[in-house]
Design a protein around this ligand. Structure first.
Ligand SMILES: Cc1ncc(COP(=O)(O)O)c(C=O)c1O
Length: 396
């Protein structure tokens, strides 16, 4: 018996693999510090928990509308009005079990076998796999030479008659880059010239630091409303990863189809979690502001410590909670008798010698780098950076 070709082509999530190995070592009693997390280490807002409890007591425990409860869809449109001055009708909103399945549902409605979708590397692990699951291929534009910002000229060069759309992620996982308005406008222009759609994944939009500001392409180019799909959710902004609630906003010609697709796949996202997300959107603004402030301090601590270390380089991240560090200068060096030749070797040696977990850049189509998440306490960041520093100094 054979697995389908689709399943055979699929790679498991490398981030989950590293986090899994670190967890296993922790269970064995090792003093592991993991910088592998892709989620905030905060509790969900009290309002979310209260709404969830009330939802259970009120019996909101049955199937809901496939695209989400009207109250939450309305809260999403209110949020976008307040945050970006963008007006949407509730039937453009699809609430799903996280941003991840919503991106997949949208791709499923947009990608045919043989189609190409432009992806900017370093890129979040699931984009390429999801495009492939739809029978398409990712056309990858490397942003590293242009400071982790897409170079519009390179995008123009990669467009072919097979190109159908672009997947844009800002603030970016794993680089923390926040795309500026000029870049986004240029990308929208290319989409307009070539009749492409854009999926804009802005799941980290609340986590932006210093002078950087998060830009929304639809707020920049309102005329492009028929080709832009926004994806967002409560996972990162409200530290609600396990509740699995995301939302997409699409033009009506598409939102109905994404809703139908999701209906066949999951029926609806968890009813209780939807009410919890409503609590977050309605009442947790202060929690978001507080969490962002804590992340900003951690970011500074990590960057300050990384700047003192040998053999590495990195661009200062403006958003999300990651620092993407180039470790190529360590290649050819020796870690406890083994030669480091790749980012995977680097992460493996770092974990086994110092019990520090990081995610190899290969998982983000960017070999030669590692991703460090600063979703840890300041004490853990300080201790983990001390160990990383020691590891780098011990290389011979
Ligand atoms: C860029 C990006 N998009 C989407 C997601 C998925 O978010 P959700 O938990 O809402 O599925 C993640 C999670 O790590 C992410 O990093």
């Amino acid at each position: 018996m054979d697995l389908s070709k689709r399943a055979q082509r699929m790679e498991p999530s490398a981030t989950l693999a590293v986090v899994g190995k670190a967890k296993q070592l922790k269970r064995e009693g090792k003093p592991v510090i993991s910088f592998g997390a892709g989620e905030p280490d905060f509790n969900p807002p009290p309002a979310a928990i209260r709404y969830a409890k009330e939802a259970i007591d009120a019996g909101h425990t049955h199937y809901t509308q496939a695209t989400g409860i009207p109250e939450l869809k309305e809260a999403v449109t209110d949020y976008y009005k307040k945050r970006f001055n963008l007006s949407f009708s509730a039937d453009q909103v699809i609430v799903g079990a996280g941003a991840k399945p919503l991106i997949y549902s949208a791709l499923s409605c947009l990608v045919d076998p043989g189609d190409e979708v432009i992806v900017f590397s370093p890129a979040w692990v699931s984009y390429v796999e999801q495009i492939r699951l739809c029978g398409g291929e990712a056309a990858v534009v490397n942003t590293i030479p242009s400071g982790c910002m897409p170079d519009p000229e390179k995008v123009r060069q990669i467009v072919t008659h097979k190109t159908r759309g672009m997947l844009i992620n800002s603030p970016n996982n794993p680089t923390g880059a926040v795309y500026d308005s000029e870049t986004l406008q240029a990308l929208v222009k290319i989409a307009e010239e070539n009749d492409l759609w854009i999926i804009y994944d802005e799941i980290y939009e609340r986590l932006v630091y210093g002078k950087a500001t998060h830009e929304n392409p639809l707020a920049l180019v309102p005329d492009a409303s028929e080709r832009i799909i926004l994806v967002n959710g409560v996972s990162k902004a409200y530290a609600m990863t396990g509740w699995r609630i995301g939302y997409a906003i699409a033009p009506k010609w598409l939102s109905t189809k994404i809703g139908a697709f999701q209906g066949h796949l999951t029926s609806n996202p968890c009813s209780i979690a939807q009410w919890a997300a409503l609590g977050a959107l309605r009442e947790a603004e202060n929690d978001v502001v507080k969490m962002r402030g804590v992340f900003e301090e951690r970011r500074k601590t990590m960057i300050d410590l990384l700047e003192k270390m040998p053999h590495i380089t990195f661009g200062k991240p403006d958003g999300a909670f990651y620092v993407f560090v180039n470790v190529e200068k360590t290649f050819g060096m020796n870690a406890e008798g083994k030669t480091v030749e790749t980012d995977l070797d680097f992460c493996s040696a770092l974990l086994s010698t110092e019990y520090v977990a990081a995610v190899p850049g290969t998982a983000f189509l960017a070999p030669g780098n590692i991703r460090l998440s600063y979703s840890n306490s300041l004490e853990e960041i300080q201790e983990g950076m001390k160990r990383l520093h020691h590891f780098l100094e011990s290389l011979s």
